[in-house]
Design a protein around this ligand. Structure first.
Ligand SMILES: Nc1ncnc2c1ncn2[C@@H]1O[C@H](COP(=O)(O)OP(=O)(O)OP(=O)(O)O)[C@@H](O)[C@H]1O
Ligand SMILES: [Mg+2]
Length: 463
């Protein structure tokens, strides 16, 4: 649909020239002879842009601009004048004009200025839509589950999100801890500020320390340049400390100080930095057991545990399985361009009987694979080594169906992949730096990367 431009000027000839220029560029043009006339037309038509002369009888351009800014703040306004001085241009822009044209101007210049404004508006609109989509993604209505424990969790999230309270989220792997954390951030007043996630389990102590707090150039062997930490980067926003149970004792002390005082120092610096961050921590470990064994500090635990959300494993909310299946079937239909109607009663029963050690993530993955492979419009059977023959709901370890060697290799491979990827992330794809940090020689490290099919170039950041 073509954009509607209202042009207002008291010079009849000039007005018709502008009308001709803009209509030739396929804009829909409306004319007004003075400010008052313009205002009444803006009230009745959906105007996208106003181009107004500065000097006009009845109501001049500046007064018109004031009225538009008061009532229709979103409509851009270009002011034209023959008495153009830089001062006048600046003061008009200060009053809220979007741009300024000095008469006489060419048709090309007019089209350029108008085009620039509409382009800018389009970018803003796209940004707004994107943000809205992200907010919808993490709005609570997209977290599926009618199970009462889940309902209580949503309630807690909506009450707690707008506050700055520290939240501790615990639960097995794949239960939705990440999703809930993002929901807390998205429903807080910090939603337009950074959301920064740090995986405390995948880095060595010194790497994690500099990741969190930043470091000064030369503060340790590989500190080639100064780097700000995640706490600093997240200022005003939320820091999500995932796998908090993996923090070493010395980092636990440092984190405690951030929680208590919102202050810290970069590694290798004496300067104290203050930040305003909200902290959310998550873990799939039993922190209470770690407390008993003295692995986790009590004072830190109490600081983190202001609000505690315990997400139940999927096998404890079997009633949500049909809803989740429905949700993922629709999601993957859209993503993969399929039109699967649902799952057969047989497959549904098999899935409801299964213990889902990988929880919702495992269900999501199983469904994605099934939908990719499915030719008909119903999922009749689900291909999964454990699904059809699980009888109980015992918390099965997902590797128990494998022979010992295979199971062990699988665990090792999973670990190596995470560890190496994170080192490459830290070194921005630099293999020698990553291998030094891992404490293994370049050749062995390189072999592992190849074996795991990891592409180091993916970790390079654009210059
Ligand atoms: N209630 C839910 N509704 C819809 N999708 C969900 C729900 N819970 C989890 N998911 C999806 O399951 C996957 C795993 O969830 P998430 O990453 O939040 O788990 P997690 O608890 O953080 O796991 P881990 O401990 O392994 O980090 C994600 O794709 C997430 O979108
Ligand atoms: Mg997670």
């Amino acid at each position: 649909m073509s954009k509607k431009i209202l042009v207002t000027d008291d010079e009849e000839l000039f007005l018709s020239q502008l009308e001709h220029t803009l209509s030739s560029a396929y804009y829909n043009v409306i004319l007004a002879r003075n400010g008052a006339d313009a205002l009444s037309k803006i009230a009745s038509e959906n105007v996208d842009l106003v181009i107004s002369d500065f000097k006009m009888p009845v109501m001049d351009g500046l007064e018109l601009l004031h009225h538009i800014r008061e009532r229709y703040y979103h409509i851009p306004v270009i002011i034209m004048t023959a008495y153009g001085t830089i001062d006048l241009a600046v003061s008009t822009m200060k009053e809220g004009a979007t741009d300024f044209l000095i008469k006489p101007f060419s048709a090309e210049h007019l089209n350029f200025v108008v085009g620039r404004i509409f382009n800018h508006q389009r970018v803003l609109e796209e940004n707004r839509m994107l943000k809205k989509r992200i907010e919808e993604r993490y709005s609570l209505s997209n977290i599926i589950g009618k199970n009462h424990k889940m309902q209580r969790i949503y309630e807690t999230v909506s009450i707690v999100a707008p506050t700055d309270a520290t939240v501790l989220i615990t639960g097995e792997t794949g239960t939705g801890k990440d999703l809930l954390t993002q929901a807390v951030h998205a429903n807080s007043h910090r939603k337009d500020k950074p959301f920064v996630k740090v995986d405390c389990g995948s880095l060595s102590e010194s790497l994690l320390e500099s990741e969190l707090f930043g470091h000064e150039k030369g503060s340790f062997t590989n500190a080639y340049k100064q780097r700000i930490g995640r706490f600093e980067y997240a200022n005003g926003g939320t820091v999500f400390l995932d796998e908090i149970g993996e923090l070493t004792t010395s980092l636990q002390v440092k984190l405690l100080r951030v929680l208590e005082e919102k202050r810290f120092e970069r590694v290798g610096s004496n300067r104290t930095i203050e930040v305003d961050v909200r902290i959310i921590a998550a873990t799939n470990r039993d922190l209470k057991e770690d407390l008993r064994q003295g692995k986790f500090r009590r004072d830190l635990f109490y600081r983190l545990n202001v609000i505690h959300i315990e997400v139940p494993p999927l096998r404890e909310r079997v009633n949500d399985i049909p809803l989740l299946i429905d949700h993922f079937v629709r999601f993957f239909n859209t993503k993969l361009g399929k039109s699967i109607k649902g799952v057969s009663p047989f497959a549904l029963k098999a899935m409801m009987d299964y213990s889902w050690p990988g929880n919702v993530r495992e269900l999501e993955n199983v469904l994605e694979k099934a939908i990719i492979l499915q030719k008909g419009d119903m999922l009749e059977t689900i291909e999964h080594p454990d699904i059809e023959d699980t009888c109980g709901r015992e918390n099965g370890q997902s590797n128990y169906h494998l022979p010992f060697r295979e199971a062990r290799n699988k665990v090792i491979e999973e670990f190596e992949r995470g560890y190496i990827s994170n080192l490459l992330e830290m070194s921005e794809g630099n293999i020698s730096m990553a291998s030094r940090n891992a404490g293994i020689d370049y050749k062995t490290f390189y072999e592992k990367i190849r074996h795991l099919n990891i592409d180091p170039s993916e970790y390079k950041r654009p210059a």
